[in-house]
Design a protein around this ligand. Structure first.
Ligand code: AKG
Length: 356
C-alpha cells in the first residue's frame, strides 16, 4: 500500500494482489469449512472458517492449518464430507481473512476487498455499466440492472463482503437500501449522483417515510461500492473523510461551497481517496462524509453502488418490485441456490411500508 502524503487529498493506492486465498464451493454455492468441532462441514455463509490456501499437495485451512491432499492443479475435486461424497469447485477467494477486513472497517471506518470479484463477474458488470470494452454503448434503463446480467446478483451476494457487512451491522437481518445502482462517471463531468459531500444516513432526501436516526450509536447502514473500472484519483474515485461516521455532524457547509466551472467541492488533505483495481469492493459506514470525484481520464468510470442496512431502516427505494422481476427473469436461473437465497433476502427482507 502506497501513501502519498504530500498530495491533496490523501491517496491510498492498493495494487492488484499477487496472491488470493481460495473458497471451496459446491455447485449450489455452499462453502466448505471446518466447524467449531473440528469437522469438515458445508456452510451457507462465509466466515474465516471457509477460507483455504493452495499448497503444493492440495489446500490448507487458513485458521486451523489443517491440510487436505487434493490435485489442486484442477479446479474441481471430490471430497468425503461425513458420509457423503461431494463435488467441490476451487474458486477465487479473498486476499485476506474476513476478520482482517472487519478489523480495518471498525478501526478506520472503511475497508477495501482488493480484487475480490473474479474477472468473469467484472466482465458482466462492464456489460451492464457500458464501461471498458462496452463504453461506446448506452446503459439499458428499461429493466432493473439485477435482471440484465447474473454478474449483478453475484456481486450483490458476494459472500465475503456479506459476512463483513453482517458482522459490522451486528445482525444477519440486513437488506438493500435501493436496487443496485450504477454510478457511471463519463470523462470531464461532475457526477450526477453524489457530487457534493454528504452522508447516506440519516436519509434526508429519501422518498420513503424514513425515521430519523441519530448519527451516533450503533451502525445502521454500510455502503459497498463495487469498482467496475480501475478506480483512481484521476478517474474520479470516491472520496471520503475517514472517521466522520463517528462525528455528530454533517459535512461543513464550506466543503460544498459553490464552485466555478471545472472545479470541485473540497478536495483537501482531510479527504482520502482509495485507489484499487476493478473487481474490488469498498465498504464504508454510510454515515461517512463522502462524494464522487471528478473524472479527468479519457474513459468512463464504472461503479455499482449498494447499501446494506438493518431491518429498522426503511429502504430509500422499494427493492421488492426489482426482486419480482428478477424471479421472472432467466437471469435468476443462472444464480446458484445460495446466491438466489441471499439476493432474495436482501431485496425482500423489509418491513411493510407505503412509499410516500
Ligand atoms: O459515485 C461515487 O463515487 C459516490 C457515490 C455516492 O456518493 C453514493 O453512492 O452515495
Amino acid at each position: 500500500m502506497e501513501h502519498q502524503q504530500d498530495s491533496q487529498p490523501q491517496i491510498v493506492t492498493l495494487k492488484r494482489p499477487k496472491h488470493h486465498y481460495v473458497l471451496l464451493t459446491t455447485a449450489d454455492g455452499h462453502m466448505l469449512g471446518i466447524s467449531a468441532e473440528g469437522a469438515l462441514a458445508l456452510f451457507n455463509d462465509a466466515s474465516d472458517d471457509v477460507v483455504w490456501d493452495r499448497t503444493a499437495g492440495g489446500v490448507k485451512h487458513v485458521v486451523t492449518g489443517r491440510d487436505i491432499a487434493i490435485d489442486s492443479t484442477n479446479d474441481t475435486c471430490t471430497l468425503s464430507i461425513g458420509a457423503a461424497e461431494v463435488d467441490i469447485i476451487i474458486s477465487h477467494g479473498p486476499e485476506k481473512l474476513p476478520s482482517e477486513y472487519l478489523e480495518h472497517l471498525r478501526r478506520e471506518g472503511w475497508t477495501c476487498l482488493n480484487s475480490i470479484l473474479p474477472p468473469e463477474v467484472v466482465a458482466g458488470l462492464e456489460r451492464v455499466a457500458c464501461t471498458g470494452p462496452y463504453e461506446h454503448l448506452e446503459q439499458n434503463q428499461g429493466s432493473p440492472k439485477i435482471c440484465q446480467d447474473a454478474a449483478v446478483g453475484r456481486a450483490v451476494a458476494e459472500p465475503i463482503s456479506l459476512c463483513i457487512l453482517r458482522e459490522y451491522l451486528q445482525t444477519s437481518d440486513i437488506h438493500l437500501g435501493h436496487p443496485p445502482g450504477f454510478n457511471v462517471l463519463p470523462p470531464e463531468t461532475l457526477a450526477r449522483a453524489g457530487r457534493s459531500w454528504h452522508s447516506d444516513i440519516p436519509y434526508t432526501r429519501s422518498s420513503s417515510p424514513q425515521p430519523v436516526f441519530p448519527r451516533v450509536g450503533p451502525p445502521k447502514a454500510c455502503n459497498r461500492n463495487t469498482f467496475i473500472s480501475n478506480f483512481s484519483h484521476l478517474n474520479g474515485a470516491t472520496m471520503l473523510r475517514p472517521g466522520s461516521h463517528l462525528l455528530d455532524a454533517n459535512p461543513p457547509a464550506e466543503w460544498n461551497a459553490p464552485v466555478e466551472q471545472g472545479e470541485q467541492p473540497y478536495s483537501g488533505p482531510e479527504a482520502t481517496v482509495v485507489e484499487a483495481p476493478a473487481g474490488s469492493m469498498f465498504l464504508y459506514d454510510a454515515r461517512t462524509w463522502h462524494r464522487a470525484g471528478y473524472n479527468r481520464s479519457e474513459h468512463k468510470r464504472g461503479m455499482m453502488a449498494t447499501n446494506y442496512e438493518t431491518l429498522d431502516v426503511i429502504p430509500k427505494r422499494d427493492t421488492r418490485p426489482a426482486c419480482g422481476k428478477l424471479h421472472r427473469s432467466p437471469v435468476y436461473q443462472e444464480l446458484n441456490a445460495r446466491e438466489q437465497r441471499d439476493v432474495t433476502d436482501l431485496l425482500m427482507n423489509v418491513l411493510d411500508y407505503e412509499e410516500s
